[in-house]
Design a protein around this ligand. Structure first.
Ligand SMILES: *[C@@H]1O[C@H](CO)[C@@H](O)[C@H](O)[C@H]1NC(C)=O
Ligand SMILES: *[C@@H]1O[C@H](CO)[C@@H](O)[C@H](O)[C@H]1NC(C)=O
Ligand SMILES: *[C@@H]1O[C@H](CO)[C@@H](O)[C@H](O)[C@H]1NC(C)=O
Ligand SMILES: *[C@@H]1O[C@H](CO)[C@@H](O)[C@H](O)[C@H]1NC(C)=O
Ligand SMILES: *[C@@H]1O[C@H](CO)[C@@H](O)[C@H](O)[C@H]1NC(C)=O
Ligand SMILES: *[C@@H]1O[C@H](CO)[C@@H](O)[C@H](O)[C@H]1NC(C)=O
Ligand SMILES: *[C@@H]1O[C@H](CO)[C@@H](O)[C@H](O)[C@H]1NC(C)=O
Ligand SMILES: *[C@@H]1O[C@H](CO)[C@@H](O)[C@H](O)[C@H]1NC(C)=O
Ligand SMILES: *[C@@H]1O[C@H](CO)[C@@H](O)[C@H](O)[C@H]1NC(C)=O
Length: 534
């Protein structure tokens, strides 16, 4: 604000020129012109003192003010008074021979005050009374000076007189949300209209008020209870019911580390989201804090987070690919403090390391081993699982189970011929007829033909070797059956003829034999009786 000292350069302002004659003692008269004047501080004025007699013995002006006689006549003198800083009453005197007479002039000095609004608090809570203080320094004449407090252009109270130095004029305001951002100021009015001058207003520099609402509730913090080293976890903190939400600041911190967060503003609330990533150095219990700051106040919430490091267990096979009949070590090892469980292992005491041996067989090809590590973190058991597949090299294999050796099919029927070679690496199977190299129809045969009949040689080949197997495929058809019956009948007829012939022949022979026997028996008896000694 500019200084209020009225400039001496201001033009001289004279009041009404009504001459007022002051009666002096003894009837003599001295007059002054002007008898009343109002002028800006530091200004100057010309005062004409005159006597009623034609040639006064004495004529002058008595004043503290610097004065210069600028003109004179027989019975008058014109003085110039300058640099008038305050109200003053110069006295004109004259002596017409008998007595001295005097006349008083009244000079009123006016100047504009310096007005300012006492600083407002940086923030003021909504619902609290705010006292606005207007400070008025200087200014005159005070009787004509008043002050009023303003919100924008709106007057907050009646105009008040300005009393004291500096003068203080106050107004109390119940702060509301609508006062946020409002500009307050103070205006003084120097009303010199009765003196024929104007109404002079001086306004203080405006001050902007900021009001706020911050509930006493704590911000809501949504965060994980456990945080694994190396993983990313979201954290969210929000607070409702604040005003002006755009002015609120939210920050999240984990231990000493400030988290980079993104704050979102809503009409009456604010929320911040951050992503936490912890390092192995932070392992243990950490404090997570959310602080909402508005005006010069804060609201904070905290929670504890258990930071843990839990790499999955190391599941290993001594060899991921072995030939059957070899021993393989399956072992699983986890972080100290964790307990591992290995599939198919003998149950044992809880340990962070488990291993066992297996003799790899063909059945173990593709077998999955799984290891589960369990770690208790903040009263919760967490699991990390690993799975490995064992590859066993075996085969090629082509035995009765895989490829049936004997097939007997009826011509015209529908059959499925199964023949599969096994092994790792997978063997190549080919079956060809021994006689002509025709291929064996593996799979669905929708119409069995007699031409398929034959003996086939199946070969299964892999990088590990070769196995072979014979497959007999017999196809039965109707004509063949008739021939068989005819042959059987012919054979039966032949056989029966032969049998009959043989019987008849035998019988003939037996009769002859009997006769010869009888003859032989008679001769023997004769010999015996002759040989018997007496
Ligand atoms: C001063 O006053 C006298 C008497 O009223 C008058 O005659 C004279 O002219 C005045 N002087 C000036 C400079 O106005
Ligand atoms: C906030 O500011 C007000 C005045 O502006 C003061 O009374 C209060 O003590 C301050 N509060 C805090 C927490 O600094
Ligand atoms: C604010 O001031 C008014 C009077 O000016 C009073 O009635 C009211 O109780 C005050 N309110 C508060 C919150 O201080
Ligand atoms: C208050 O004053 C500032 C700067 O002078 C201005 O930007 C703002 O709009 C004003 N506020 C109102 C409510 O007029
Ligand atoms: C006060 O107001 C007047 C006009 O009303 C102006 O001339 C003057 O410079 C103002 N003073 C200050 C200190 O602003
Ligand atoms: C693995 O088992 C096979 C047959 O079951 C056996 O011949 C072989 O000796 C075993 N291997 C070892 C290393 O024990
Ligand atoms: C698992 O293997 C990795 C890399 O080989 C090693 O750094 C880590 O220490 C192992 N973990 C355990 C629990 O043995
Ligand atoms: C890991 O294995 C354990 C027990 O074997 C099981 O309870 C858990 O659900 C598994 N976890 C996962 C993620 O597969
Ligand atoms: C096929 O079957 C016949 C009789 O049913 C048998 O004599 C022959 O040995 C079998 N051949 C094979 C390879 O099993």
């Amino acid at each position: 604000m500019a200084p209020t000292r009225a400039q001496p350069a201001l033009p001289l302002l004279l009041l009404a020129l009504t001459a007022v004659l002051l009666p002096g003692p003894g009837g003599a008269r001295t007059s002054v012109h002007p008898p009343e004047a109002i002028l800006p501080r530091g200004g100057s004025i010309q005062v004409n003192c005159s006597a009623s007699c034609a040639t006064p013995l004495m004529l002058g002006l008595e004043t503290q003010l610097p004065k210069v006689e600028v003109d004179s006549g027989d019975n008058w003198k014109l003085f110039e008074l300058s640099d008038i800083q305050e109200d003053s009453s110069p006295i004109c005197f004259s002596d017409c021979g008998h007595d001295q007479e005097t006349a008083l002039a009244t000079i009123t000095v006016y100047w504009f005050p310096e007005v300012q609004l006492a600083p407002l608090p940086p923030w003021h809570p909504v619902g609290d009374n705010l006292t606005l203080r207007c400070l008025v320094t200087g200014g005159a004449p005070r009787a004509r000076l008043s002050a009023v407090l303003l919100r924008g252009e709106e007057e907050l109270s009646p105009r008040r007189p300005v009393v004291g130095e500096p003068a203080e004029v106050t107004a109390t305001l119940l702060a509301g949300r609508g006062d946020h951002g409002a500009n307050f100021s103070c205006r003084t009015e120097l009303d010199l209209r009765p003196q024929g001058l104007g109404l002079f207003q001086n306004t203080s520099a405006p001050r902007q008020l900021r009001t706020f609402v911050l509930p006493v509730t704590r911000p809501q913090l949504v965060a994980p209870e456990r945080l694994e080293v190396g993983t990313l976890e979201p954290v969210d903190c929000s607070l409702d019911g604040l005003f002006p939400s755009l002015e609120a600041q939210v920050h999240l911190e984990l231990g000493e580390q400030r988290l980079n967060s993104i704050t979102t503003y809503h009409e009456d609330s604010v929320s911040a989201k951050a992503t936490i990533q912890v390092t192995a150095e932070q392992e243990g219990i950490q404090l997570l804090r959310c602080v909402v700051r508005l005006a010069n106040q804060t609201r904070a919430t905290h929670s504890t987070v258990t930071v843990y490091d839990f790499p999955g267990p190391n599941l290993t096979l001594s060899e991921p690919e072995v030939s059957e009949g070899n021993l393989v070590t399956v072992s699983c090892e986890a972080h100290a403090g964790a307990v591992v469980t290995l599939s198919d292992a003998q149950p044992g005491p809880p340990s962070s390391q488990v291993k066992f041996l297996i003799n790899a067989s063909a059945e173990d090809d593709g077998r999955l081993f799984s290891c589960s590590a369990a770690l208790e973190v903040a009263r919760k058991v967490l699991y990390k699982n690993r799975t490995l597949e064992l590859r066993v090299l075996y085969g090629p294999r082509l035995d009765e189970r895989d490829c049936l050796g004997n097939w007997t099919w009826q011509e015209g029927s529908q059959k499925t011929l199964r023949c599969q070679a096994w092994g790792n690496p997978a063997p190549l199977l080919s079956c060809t007829r021994k006689t002509d190299g025709a291929l064996l129809p593996i799979g669905v045969v929708s119409f069995v033909k007699r031409e398929l009949d034959g003996t086939y040689l199946c070969r299964a080949v892999s990088s590990r070797g070769e196995v072979t197997r014979e497959v007999f495929l017999k196809v039965l058809w109707d004509n063949q059956n008739n021939l068989v019956i005819i042959i059987v009948v012919i054979i039966a007829a032949l056989v029966s003829t032969l049998v009959l012939a043989a019987y008849l022949y035998n019988r003939q022979r037996k009769i002859k034999k009997y006769k010869i026997q009888k003859a032989l028996e008679g001769a023997t008896m004769k010999l015996n009786t002759q040989a018997t000694p007496p």
